[in-house]
Every structure is written in structure tokens, then in C-alpha cells.
Write a protein that binds this ligand. Structure first.
Ligand code: GSH
Length: 216
């Protein structure tokens, strides 16, 4: 049985959890916080979460974990079987990660952790995130799923990431930048949120966020 380590406010954690649930892979969750303890560093090289524990050892880096789950549990595929379409799925995921999530992450210090981000950084991040969202729309089909008629990994990841950076963008800019650039995004998100496993991850995330902000 797989053990998923991390905590439910992390989007990287939630992305693995949602895929485990959607693929019907048995797993248990273990609350683990990032740390530089030697014991943790042996399981995740920079002491980050999430990581999974398998009978063969530990794996970190959420995208590598997803690829492993798809290869090791092919019964319920979440990527298209056609190699080009599979690559398009990864293309969208990588775009989302590199050109939006990692850019917006520079705001998290102020949006979530009580720190301060300079106005210069806020302006730079806004320009880059908006360009990233416009690029995402160029890749997306929304017919009705992000890359076509079937739900795929790209949809689950879009939902998870939109939830986290959407919250940060709203807090910092007091504006819904996702809705500004992604046409009919609320209809699309409602479609994804109609799935019971998505609702489970959303409910667990809401509880974890409540506890996190209470402790601030
Ligand atoms: N590239 C990693 C990123 C994981 C990551 O940034 N995890 C955060 C929590 S969301 C973390 O552990 N941060 C603690 C740290 O940076 O020391 C992945 O995709 O799994």
C-alpha cells in the first residue's frame, strides 16, 4: 500500500491525492511537514513534501510521482493513450507549473504566511501570471474538458493549481485574474467539482486551511 506524506493545504500534495483517488489506488495519508531532519532528507532530498512511500522505496517530486502512478497502475488511465495527445497533456501541465504556479508562488509569503512582498515583485508577478494564463487558454480546448472530450490528469491539476494560486492572486490584487483571462472558467470548474473525489479533496483542503489560518 502506498503512503502519501504531506499536508492538505499543499497543492502538490492534493494533486497526488486526487490522482490516487481517481485511479482507485489504495493509499493512506500521513501528516508530514517539510523539515531538514536527517530522517526526512533520506526520504525526500530537500526535505519537501509531498513524497510517497512504496514497497520499493520513496519517491518525491509530484510530477515524477504522477508518472509512476500512471505506469504502475494502468487499469484506469488518466492520460490519453495516443503519444502526441499524451505529450500535449504534459505540455499543459508543465506550462501550468512553470509559467503560472511557480511565478505566483512568489506571492505566497504575503498571501499565506504573513510576510511582505515588494510592489515591484507584485507588478512583475502580475504581468507574468497574466501572460501565463493567456498562454494556457491558447493550449486549452474546454470541450468540455481542458484538452477534449475526456477528463485527464491535466484537468485535475488545473483544478488543484487554480484553487491555490487563485486564492493568492485574489488576496494580493483584489481581482479575479483567472476569470479575467479564462473564458467561462466557473462553468469548467463546476464540471470538475461535480466529481465526488474532487469534493473530498476540496473539503479536506478547506478544513486544513481553516486550521492553518486559525493558528496564524
Ligand atoms: N517540485 C516539488 C515542489 C514541492 C514543494 O514545493 N513542496 C512545498 C510544500 S507545497 C514544501 O515542501 N516546501 C518546503 C520547503 O521548500 O522547504 C513537487 O512538485 O513536488
Amino acid at each position: 500500500m502506498i503512503t502519501l506524506h504531506g499536508f492538505a493545504i499543499s497543492n502538490y500534495y492534493n494533486k497526488i491525492k486526487l490522482v490516487l483517488l481517481e485511479k482507485d489506488i489504495p493509499f493512506k495519508e500521513e501528516l508530514t511537514y517539510p523539515s531538514q531532519d536527517e530522517a526526512l532528507l533520506k526520504r525526500s532530498p530537500l526535505g519537501k513534501i509531498p513524497f510517497i512511500e512504496t514497497t520499493q522505496g520513496c519517491l518525491s517530486e509530484s510530477q515524477a510521482i504522477l508518472e509512476y502512478l500512471e505506469d504502475a497502475y494502468p487499469e484506469k488511465p488518466l492520460y490519453p493513450s495516443n503519444p502526441f495527445e499524451h505529450a500535449q497533456n504534459r505540455e499543459l501541465i508543465q506550462h501550468l507549473e512553470l509559467n503560472i504556479e511557480l511565478v505566483a508562488r512568489r506571492l505566497y509569503k504575503e498571501a499565506f504566511f504573513g510576510g511582505v512582498v515588494s510592489d515591484e515583485t507584485k507588478q512583475e508577478v502580475k504581468e507574468k501570471v497574466e501572460a501565463g494564463l493567456i498562454g494556457l487558454v491558447r493550449l486549452a480546448k474546454f470541450s468540455p474538458y481542458i484538452l477534449g472530450t475526456e477528463i485527464t490528469t491535466a484537468d485535475f491539476l488545473t483544478w488543484v493549481h487554480f484553487g491555490t494560486f487563485g486564492m493568492a492572486l485574489q488576496k494580493i490584487y483584489d481581482e479575479d485574474l483567472i476569470a479575467k483571462h479564462v473564458p467561462n472558467v466557473s462553468t469548467y470548474l463546476a464540471l470538475i467539482e461535480s466529481r465526488p473525489h474532487v469534493q473530498t479533496v476540496a473539503a479536506d483542503r478547506a478544513l486544513a486551511l481553516q486550521a492553518f489560518f486559525k493558528g496564524k
